[in-house]
Design a protein around this ligand. Structure first.
Ligand SMILES: [Zn+2]
Length: 118
């Protein structure tokens, strides 16, 4: 009986590390999933073909999350969909939250005069 008890204590201590790893994996999946869904939306808003690859990646991340952390998936998938809907914008509109819009306007500001003047 006592050996049984001891091995249970040991196995709990050993499982601390996987628990930390698991939490880190969950955080990575959540971060990646959110970022990828944001990028897919931005690329789609700009009519860029890469949005398809990003969308497939998004589905893949969501699938892994749903398989490994169903509770976290349920908890976050709704807000991701809301973020996506909010981030989507029309092709000729500049959106404050869109990183591609920021990149484009930064590029324009940098090289606005140079190519024409040369
Ligand atoms: Zn944009």
């Amino acid at each position: 009986m006592s050996t049984n008890k001891q091995s249970r204590v040991q196995s709990r201590r050993v499982s601390d590390l996987p628990e930390v790893k698991r939490r880190r994996r969950l955080e990575n999946l959540l971060y990646t999933g959110k970022r990828v869904s944001q990028l897919a939306t931005e690329y789609r808003s700009h009519g860029l073909e890469e949005h398809i690859e990003l969308y497939l990646l998004q589905l893949e991340v969501e699938q892994v999350l749903a398989d490994e952390f169903p509770d976290a998936f349920e908890e976050h998938i709704g807000s991701w969909a809301e973020d996506e809907a909010a981030a989507e914008h029309r092709p000729l509109v500049t959106a404050e939250t869109c990183s591609l819009c920021h990149a484009i306007s930064a590029h324009r500001a940098d090289g606005a005069e140079a190519p024409l003047a040369a």
